[in-house]
Design a protein around this ligand. Structure first.
Ligand code: PPS
Length: 569
């Protein structure tokens, strides 16, 4: 088993001349725009990473894979690789028809001959492949909420590989890696799969594994799709590069794998093994809770901590890669080294920092000790996850026309600019309507479009570390909720309800609009002839009557301070 084949494996690409010709024909075929996951799957299909698959699974292969992890001919394959499409697209395709598969820019990457077309039983797929039809599992949520209703199957002809502009020198096809190992004379190679930054425990674990099986080491991180919420791959790869220097020279290399993970635990481990075999690897590290999706909706783990190791062991011979089982490593203070957690005697001091604790320390700018990670890795992580008072956020004022939103927002902006540190952008209702939404009126549909635009701009500002202050009426709770979700993906969302009553706004009538609304000269006027959903749980509610603008702005600043968003400077 440990003899390296290192001979090339089949790819699905045709010669550049034939590709040129087929591409011209493909221009007239029905075409499917690939999703991000399908892009990853197609790349690995075409470059042999998913060998022996020759296309997206047919119905017979799919049924076998779902049921017993085997293709129709009995070959071991644990993961359904399917082309999910909309019902509308599926209806337009005749059996036996060729379709063009395009990247998001419209470039034709492959042609697929559609032999099969079926509506899968998604609940069954979830149960069998992921162990439960529970949307707390990210792949099950994807299956039900994102994937199309119909699967198309059939062989794929590869025209060109998807383009990557980042870390190009670190991306290798299975055949490129095989050739590299051959060139260096690496007969035994142990691969380490990861979707997280590497710290000292991982470095120790991988180094030990390589030593134990007297093999060279391939760090083989996933840069396709990983678990939602993971550290982005740009940051991770910079971290991996910092860790690479820690291994003895010429023993270790790193290559990036553009795989779309499913977080399917045991099945995923077997799949990862097959993919690594295709990349010319002889040994594969399977740790505790390999590719685990976290907790199910009852708060329990989806898989047992060593289920993945057991399933891999069962199929090891067929996978063709030896498993190197690895345990959870912790730091023993007395001996100043990492050791497997379950081999440590009582009485010694064991140190460990969980992923959650690490994120907390990053968020709050707290110390991350040297025994835990390498200074260069911590530096990279701090650059991407600055403490809360350096991150972007959005303050979203909502309230009636004339409630004082714009005035307070302006005061806030100036106070934040006086403090300095982060760029501040004011997206005032009137200004947005002038510059971004001048074609829109005040129907529910138009108001929603307007607020979603504001939300989009604010989310971009927040993502890039700035402060966005929004001050529209935003009368609909559902739209405010949607904007909150968009923004909370990148930073805090602070909803401030400027709770001036409609009577008071009408009494002030600073723009004379209420008078016109009462006379029916302005239609759909919020609070007079159009609804306003009072926010139920805003981060802050401002009562403006009897107080001045400065005091209101101070209250918002205090709220931001208590949330850790401004402070140490
Ligand atoms: S919304 O509902 O959030 O899209 O509204 P917004 O973009 O904040 O725009 C509100 C400003 O437009 C003026 N205006 C109206 N408001 C409410 N209803 C109607 N029918 C209307 N027609 C014009 C009004 O000046 C609002 O400004 P503010 O600053 O809120 O007083």
């Amino acid at each position: 088993m440990t003899k390296l084949p290192h001979t090339p494996i089949p790819e699905l690409y045709i010669s550049p001349e034939s590709a040129q010709k087929l591409k011209l024909d493909a221009g007239n075929m029905p075409s499917w725009d690939l999703t991000a996951r399908q892009m990853c799957d197609l790349e690995l299909l075409m470059n042999g990473g998913f060998n022996p698959l020759t296309g997206f699974l047919s119905k017979a292969d799919y049924d076998g894979v779902v049921d017993n992890m085997r293709l129709a001919d009995g070959t071991l394959w644990p993961m359904p690789i399917t082309l999910d499409v909309s019902e509308k697209f599926a209806e337009s395709i005749e059996p036996g028809q060729d379709i063009a598969l395009r990247d998001p820019e419209g470039v034709i990457l492959a042609v697929m001959n559609v032999t099969d077309n079926w509506a899968p039983d998604k609940a069954l797929e979830a149960e069998k492949v992921f162990g439960a039809d529970d949307k707390a599992h990210p792949a099950v949520a994807y299956l039900h909420d994102t994937a199309g209703k119909i699967y198309l199957g059939g062989p794929v002809t590869g025209l060109q590989s998807p383009m990557h502009y980042d870390f190009r020198a670190r991306r290798d096809t299975p055949n490129e890696l095989r050739a590299y190992f051959r060139k260096l004379g690496w007969r035994k190679v142990v691969a380490f799969q990861t979707r997280n930054p590497l710290h000292r425990a991982h470095q120790e674990l991988t180094f030990r594994a390589a030593k134990e099986c007297q093999a060279n080491l391939l760090i083989h991180p996933i840069v396709g799709l990983t678990k939602p919420g993971d550290v982005d791959h740009f940051t991770r790869v910079r971290c991996y590069e910092a860790v690479l220097d820690q291994y003895p020279a010429a023993t270790t290399t790193m290559s990036l794998l553009n795989l779309a993970m499913r977080m399917a635990g045991p099945r995923e481990a077997v799949w990862h093994g097959l993919i690594r075999r295709n990349h010319g690897v002889t040994h594969f590290i399977v740790g505790r809770d390999h590719a685990g999706p976290g907790k199910n909706s009852a708060g329990e783990d989806f898989y047992g901590p060593y289920d993945a190791q057991e399933l891999f062991r069962e199929h090891e011979a067929e996978i063709g890669v030896e498993m190197v089982p690895f345990k959870h490593m912790v730091y023993v203070q007395e001996r100043a080294q990492y050791e497997p957690a379950d081999e440590i005697e009582e009485g010694v001091t064991v140190l460990n920092i969980s992923g959650t604790e690490l994120r907390r320390r990053l968020r709050e700018g707290l110390e991350i000790p040297e025994w835990f990670s390498f200074p260069d890795v911590v530096k990279e992580l701090r650059r991407t996850s600055p403490p809360r008072d350096k991150q972007g956020f959005t303050v979203f004022f909502t309230g009636f026309s004339g409630s004082g939103k714009s005035t307070i927002a302006n005061a806030m902006m100036v106070k934040l600019m006086e403090m300095g540190g982060r760029p501040v952008t004011l997206l005032d209702g009137d200004l947005v309507r002038k510059h971004l939404s001048s074609e829109l009126g005040f129907s529910k549909e138009h108001r929603d479009i307007n607020i979603r635009r504001i939300g989009y701009v604010a989310s971009e500002i927040t993502k890039n570390g700035g402060i966005a202050i929004c001050a529209p009426i935003a009368p609909y709770a559902s739209t405010r909720r949607a904007v909150r979700e968009d923004i909370e993906a990148f930073g805090a969302f602070v909803e401030v309800h400027v709770a001036t009553t409609i009577e008071e706004c009408e009494r002030r009538d600073r723009k004379g609009l209420y008078k016109l609304a009462r006379e029916g000269k302005i239609k759909e006027f919020t609070g007079i002839s159009d609804p306003y959903d009072v926010p139920e749980n805003p981060e802050l509610r401002l009562e403006t009557e009897g107080t001045d603008v400065d005091y209101c702005a101070q209250q918002v600043l205090l709220k931001l301070e208590s949330m850790g968003l401004i402070g140490s400077g």
